[in-house]
Design a protein around this ligand. Structure first.
Ligand SMILES: NC(=O)c1ccc[n+]([C@@H]2O[C@H](COP(=O)([O-])OP(=O)(O)OC[C@H]3O[C@@H](n4cnc5c(N)ncnc54)[C@H](O)[C@@H]3O)[C@@H](O)[C@H]2O)c1
Length: 265
């Protein structure tokens, strides 16, 4: 996946855009003359990030489907089109291991997984109207390698990876490429509770810009449904899914899945 420069004048929406990755990506895209809109929870701080970067801001709670639809309508009304959506908003669980916190589980899955589903549904018609485009979902390494300290986050991110793999063949004929970026630990506010552990273990963490570079590259260069792992010292590499054994027919040969279940790709 090569880092490619997006077409100047194109329009990108970044959810969770006022956070670490969003800010780093917005800086890159703004410098490439992309019109950027950060969508994030309403706060002085979040509005201030957009103001400081000189990009647009839209209030959005990604866990609210109707709000996703309204933000896309507002972006199209202001900019006339939408070319790329970075579905990046996310929170982690508290890391408590002695009991499952069901309320917290529902909150994390509501944002990290349902937010991706709602966002995809909301941006799809706009990307079609633009003649095609990209959706890049920020999942996590936890979506490929579950964390024993955060079941909610692991489920939500694995769900996001599965959702993207499942819908990619459906969106592809519409000219929409959807993919995930799956970073390891990176230097943003989300790792604040873990920072001392990384420092003590001299464990390397990614910079936000290393992840933003992978997100930018995925806009123009991703394969449909691909998951790109980003790790310190490794860069962005496609994850190879192992696949599953095929069913055997009565003759002991590998059976072909019925055409109706194969999707349009
Ligand atoms: N930093 C890491 O180590 C790491 C690793 C893998 C994946 N990720 C993922 O990357 C994404 C971006 O995280 P980050 O590292 O920049 O952290 P961050 O905490 O700096 O940014 C997250 C942003 O999401 C926003 N947000 C939270 N809930 C929201 C909601 N309901 N609606 C809209 N926005 C909401 C926050 O306000 C914040 O601006 C997240 O999905 C996170 O899970 C982070």
């Amino acid at each position: 996946m090569d880092a490619q420069t997006p077409r100047p004048g194109s329009v990108a929406l970044i959810t969770g855009g006022a956070g670490g990755f969003g800010r780093a990506l917005a800086t890159r895209l703004r410098d490439a003359d992309v019109r950027v809109v950060l969508a994030d929870l309403d706060s002085e701080r979040n509005r201030g990030v957009a103001e400081e970067l000189g990009v647009g801001f839209a209030v959005l709670d990604v866990a609210d489907h109707a709000a996703n639809v309204a933000v896309v309508a507002a972006v199209e009304a202001e900019h006339g089109r939408l070319d790329a959506a970075f579905l990046n908003a996310g929170i982690a669980g508290s890391g408590t291991t002695d009991a499952l916190d069901v309320e917290e589980y529902l909150r994390v899955v509501g944002i990290d997984l349902h937010g991706v589903v709602f966002g995809t549904d909301a941006v799809r018609p706009a990307l079609r109207r633009a003649g095609g485009g990209s959706i890049v979902v920020t999942a996590s390494l936890a979506g490929l390698s579950p964390m024993p300290t955060d079941q909610a986050y692991s489920v939500a991110k694995a769900g996001a990876v599965a959702f993207v793999r499942s819908i990619a063949p459906v969106l592809h004929p519409e000219g929409i490429t959807i993919s995930t970026v799956c970073p390891g630990f990176a230097d943003t506010a989300i790792i604040d509770p873990l920072r001392d552990h990384f420092a003590a273990a001299e464990f390397p963490v990614l910079t936000a810009d290393e992840v933003a570079a992978a997100m930018q590259a995925a806009w123009a260069g991703a394969d449909p449904g691909a998951a790109y792992v980003v790790q310190p010292g490794v860069g962005a590499v496609p994850y190879r899914f192992k696949g599953v054994p095929a069913a055997k027919n009565a003759a002991g040969e590998s059976a072909r899945i019925p055409g109706a279940l194969q999707g349009p790709l």
